[in-house]
Design a protein around this ligand. Structure first.
Ligand code: ASP
Ligand code: MG
Length: 457
């Protein structure tokens, strides 16, 4: 969305200009919705409707040509030159889509190829716009240095190669005072086959590049003011978190705080590079700073609890085995079953003869898989399944320093049914399970308790 139309691109140019003294590398996503549309187009082509796929391609081309006309309204020469280049890329895309149509087949490799075009369009246009506005820019195809494995549409970076290539290929331009522009999200195998990271992966690309080049800071420019104290679709009066630690942010990303790609901060953590989330529509706002140590910073005492998150739609399995009293190997047997079914478990609570685990419904590959798991566990235990449950997680790295914090959390939730209370050893989160029907009220109640009376926190 930060590059969705010519207005957004003008704002982006101002942002880049304001950072020139810091020698930025600009990592761009596709224009809003283009990646979705491209994937849709590929699906339609593989389903046999070439006409419709072709119409979609035409619309994508038109959308980008319109941006070009708006950005360079009085420069016919640039408009023509850039339009010709865009049309050549669209021709390539059309060939790929035609191939998918002819084969009626859509592999992950083809999906990666098709979805890479969104970033090719956006970077071409924006590198022209930057140069036109006197910001000396070099467009570098990410596939020249962003090396991944061949898990085509969900690829993993090969860090050693990326570090080596990014330094050789990007650094000289940066040193010469140019702004390097490159594509987020897209990459290539060492054989040069186009790959992509998972969806939303341009944040991740930026972080990988920042790590490879030892950047001073990684800025993620998005369309919200930063990371919020709770999901605004579920909770009212949410606030922006000013500063948050890597660990806390990782916890939130896992819980689906949509602001960041879940892996985006991992490369930054590696090199201890601060990550800032900023709003490209209001660049003057401070956003959220994610860094390793925030204890020494000014607002230490402001919000000890950083955020309240949740995962709706989980299943709880209670595994009870009185025979296991004082015997060993119970947990091993239990987890072997999950291992066999490649099902990941989120929260675990145990007593001597009972283990309860939560499973993310999205991670259960169909009902059959759950039934199988139940059946195998039943061989040595009694199993009960609770559906319609939700997981709530209170995140804050200083939780262990706050006397009475658990009391305060649960006192405020007296009216609700709570189970599986668990406090991670790192004590950056306290999690528990509630009935899904109560989730929104639980979140709102906790948010009120901790964020709506500032003096309390
Ligand atoms: N364009 C890609 C996507 O839509 C990557 C990104 O936007 O971060 O998933
Ligand atoms: Mg994005």
């Amino acid at each position: 969305t930060s590059v969705q139309n010519s207005e957004a691109i003008e704002r982006l140019i101002d942002i880049v200009r304001s950072r020139l003294h810091r020698k930025p590398v600009v990592v761009l996503s596709a224009t809003a919705n283009t990646t979705n549309t491209l994937i849709e187009c590929a699906k339609i082509a593989s389903g046999g409707n070439y006409e419709k796929a072709y119409d979609i391609l035409r619309a994508i081309k038109e959308k980008h040509l319109r941006i070009v006309r708006e950005l360079f309204c009085n420069n016919e020469k640039i408009i023509n030159e850039l339009s010709d280049k865009l049309k050549l890329i669209v021709d390539d895309l059309r060939d790929v889509v035609k191939g998918i149509y002819l084969l009626s087949e859509l592999s992950q490799r083809s999906i990666a190829k098709v979805s890479s075009f969104g970033e090719l369009f956006s970077t071409l246009i924006i590198s022209y716009a930057l140069n036109d506005r006197d910001i000396h820019t070099e467009l570098i195809d990410a596939r020249n240095f962003m090396v991944t494995n061949n898990n085509y549409s969900n690829a993993e970076p090969v860090f050693e190669e990326i570090i080596d290539k990014a330094r050789k290929i990007l650094q000289p331009y940066i040193d010469s005072g140019k702004v390097v522009v490159t594509q987020g999200f897209i990459a290539a195998t060492s054989d040069g086959i186009t790959t992509t990271f998972s969806r939303g992966g341009s944040d991740y690309s930026a972080s990988v590049i920042g790590m490879a080049l030892d950047a001073e800071e990684i800025e993620i420019w998005t369309d919200v003011d930063g990371i919020l104290t709770a999901d605004p679709r579920k909770v009212q009066n949410t606030k922006i978190i000013k500063e948050i630690s890597f660990k806390e942010a990782a916890e939130l990303a896992y819980f689906g705080a949509k602001v960041l790609h879940p892996s985006a901060i991992l490369p930054a953590i590696e090199k201890n590079i601060p990550v800032r989330i900023l709003n490209s529509c209001s660049p003057e706002k401070d956003g959220t700073l994610i860094s390793s140590d925030i204890k020494t910073r000014s607002d230490k005492n402001r919000f000890l609890i950083k955020s309240i998150t949740s995962k709706s739609n989980i299943t709880v399995l209670n595994i009870y085995s009185p025979k296991m009293l004082l015997a060993y190997g119970f947990l091993k047997k239990v987890f072997e079953v999950f291992d066999k079914h490649e099902t990941s478990v989120d929260l675990v609570t145990t007593s001597e003869v009972n283990v309860s685990v939560t499973l993310d419904n999205n991670a259960i590959t169909g009902d059959g898989n759950l039934l199988e798991i139940e059946k195998e566990l039943s061989v040595f235990s009694e199993v009960s399944v609770d559906k319609d449950k939700s997981l709530v997680c209170v995140v804050g790295s200083d939780l262990k320093y706050i006397p009475g914090i658990t009391g305060r959390i649960f006192n405020s939730l007296n009216d609700y049914n709570i189970s599986m209370i668990s406090q991670g050893a790192s004590i950056i989160n306290i999690s528990f399970v509630v009935d899904s029907k109560d989730l929104d009220l639980v979140l709102q109640t906790l948010h009120k308790e901790f964020f709506e009376n500032d003096h309390n926190n």
